[in-house]
Each structure stands twice: as C-alpha cells, then as structure tokens.
Design a protein around this ligand. Structure first.
Ligand code: FE2
Length: 367
C-alpha cells in the first residue's frame, strides 16, 4: 500500500438559508471582529450575510476581481490590520475565497505575499477565515490552496498549506440560486475537474478517491439540472455539496495537467478558471489515458460512460465553449502556455510525466 495523507482542517456547516444565522457559527469559532471580503457582483448577497453577522463585521473590502491579484490580497491584509480584525469573512466565488486565504497569510506572516510561495512553508495557524461560497465549483472553502494572479508576470501563483484551509465553511445553496447558467456551468466543470484529476493523481489515496468519485457522479447528474433551472434548490444543494467534496479530495490528492494548463490560460490571457478547465478537461483526460491503468475503467463505471465521452456530452448539454480560441487564446500563445504549465505545481501530480512538447500538443488540440 502506498503512503497517503488526508485531513480536513475546516469545520463545515451546511443547510438551506444557513448564512442568515451565520452569527451563531462565528460565535462558536470565537470570531468577533471581521473584515468582509467580496466582489462588486455579489455585493448584495454579501450584504445579506453581513447583516446576519451583525456587529461581528467591522469593515468591507469589495474590490476583488476574477483572477484576483497580489495587489488586492495585500490591500485586504492591510485593511484587516488597520481594523484590528480577528477574522476574514469571505463571501463570493473562488477568487474572493482565495484572496481571503492569501490575505490571512500576509496578515499573520507579514512581508509581501510573493515572499511566501511554495509548499508547506507556513509553520503556524493564520488569521481565521470564514468562507461562504456563492458558486459551486472551486472547493476553496475547504481546500489548502490559494491561487492568485501576479500581474507583473502574468502568471498564477499557488500557495499550499493546511494552514490556508478556512476555519469555517458555511454552505448555503440559497446563495447560489441567482448564479447565471453560463457561470453555473463553468464553475460546475471546475468541480468535476477537481474530482477527476484528484482521482487520477499520483497522490490519490483511498479517502480522496471516495470523495472524488461521489463528487464526479453528483456533478454529472445535477449540473444540467442546475443550469437549466437555476431556481432548482435541490440541484443547487447537491452541486454545492459535490464542489465541497471535490475540494476535500484535491486538497490532498492534488490536481494535474488540466489545472496546470488552466492556470497558464488564466495567468496569460485571464481566461476564467472554470471555462479553461471545461475546455481542457477532455483533452487532458485523453492525454492521461495511457497512464491511468484501471482508473479509467473505475471512473467509467461511476460515470456511466467512458470518462472522456461523459465529459464531452455534459459540456455539450450545458452549452459550454469547447475551443480555447473562443475564450481569447491564440495559436501564438501555445508555446508560452505550455512553458507556464510545466512550471505550475499541479503538473507534478499528473499521472503521465509530461513534456512541454506534449502539453503544447494537448493545448493545440483544444485550440
Ligand atoms: Fe480548479
């Protein structure tokens, strides 16, 4: 038996409308002075959560953008210090949650964000983060990763430590009801990519496997329902759960070449993360097929079809783009994207040892 490691440092609470009683959960964690982090798009939802948190929120920072930047992280940390915050309350999608986690790092450790790159470089607990996802896909509410865009180099920078896992995750499907079909589809494919890459990873273990398989099957079944009818609370609920399960799975099992390429596309061309994954997933899976052993067969049983076919037909049903050129990537970008992907931490857990030429070929197939 191979060595494997698994831990979920986050307390997860889940329920319909739960964010309206978040005060009780914050109290249980002993959190009293929070800076609320959000983006302008979800500000109305964040304001609802803020009202529920009452006097426990003492400030708001809502300037976070998709593919959030180092500058935003450092600005949020500075504001939290000014306010003498004892926690960060993150209400939003993956960028908001990752910004909060990275800001907690800067708040506690000091210095510049980029001083702290690397795996497991953090030795002590950080400022606690309470994460309230408003999309179902990133899994950031439980993951030990934070990914931020360095605007100076046009690259995505990853931070990995169990100390980055939020202290509390509040899963409330009501907050995802208003997510438009396109975003629902793209973020849902991010969750599916986490599940499938975690299952195929060289770091997969028995516990991450169970979570990944459950998440993959749920996304296949529930995502089309959530896309077609955004007000379907049951489908929203199951997608939020699947996203969380996939987040737990890939926290320790890691992801693979699809994420390495998606990070490159997000860094260089600011392609939204979910869309990049959605486009690249069937191509990355096909590339990994020869190295997957019996794992493709197991996935096929769980997904009810060959994994590549299952992913393609899902993407078609929910009308996602299937070509990188549809999201702003050009042929002239491919070599640079392959180079960036080879430098991305996710590539190390990929089941097939990749070369830059092979990754460029995968990107070309997806162009
Ligand atoms: Fe992802």
């Amino acid at each position: 038996m191979e060595f494997s490691e698994f831990q979920v440092p986050t307390r997860v609470v889940a329920g319909r409308g739960l964010s309206t009683s978040i005060d009780i959960e914050l109290q249980r964690e002993g959190l009293t002075r929070g800076l609320l982090l959000t983006d302008a798009g979800v500000r109305p939802l964040a304001d609802r959560v803020r009202r529920a948190a009452g006097s426990r929120v003492v400030g708001v920072y809502d300037a976070i953008t998709p593919n959030s930047s180092v500058e935003q992280v450092e600005e949020a940390a500075r504001l939290a210090r000014e306010l003498e915050a004892d926690f960060l309350l993150a209400v939003g999608g993956g960028s908001v949650l990752d910004t909060a986690k990275a800001a907690a790092l800067v708040f506690t450790e000091g210095g510049r964000l980029l001083d702290h790159q690397g795996v497991n470089v953090l030795a002590r607990p950080l400022l606690p983060v309470a994460a309230v996802p408003t999309t179902a896909g990133t899994g950031s509410e439980v993951s030990i990763y934070a990914v931020v865009r360095d605007e100076n180099t046009g690259t995505k920078v990853s931070f990995i430590s169990e100390h980055l896992a939020p202290a509390l995750a509040v899963l409330d499907p009501v907050l995802t009801l208003g997510l438009p079909p396109g975003l629902t589809a793209a973020t849902g494919l991010d969750a599916l990519t986490h599940a499938l890459e975690a299952f195929l990873s060289v770091k997969a273990g028995p516990l991450s496997d169970a979570l990944a398989l459950a998440a993959a099957r749920t996304v296949l079944r529930e995502l089309p329902r959530a896309v077609v009818d955004g007000s379907n609370l049951e489908a929203r609920w199951r997608m939020l759960t699947a996203s969380c399960l996939a987040g737990m799975a890939f926290s320790w099992a890691m992801v693979g070449c699809v994420h390495a390429m998606a990070h490159a596309c997000g860094g260089l061309r600011e392609v939204p993360h979910g869309l990049a994954n959605a486009i690249l997933l069937p191509h990355g899976l096909e590339y990994n097929r020869p190295a997957a052993g019996d794992r493709f067969g197991i996935l096929g049983e769980w997904m009810g079809a060959d994994p590549v076919e299952a992913v393609r037909s899902l993407a078609e049903r929910i009308a996602l783009p299937t070509r990188l050129r549809e999201v702003g990537v050009e042929e002239a970008d491919l070599a640079a994207l392959a180079e960036l992907a080879m430098l991305d931490g996710s590539i190390y857990a990929n089941p097939r040892e990749a070369t830059a030429e092979e990754i460029e070929a995968v990107l070309r197939a997806a162009l």
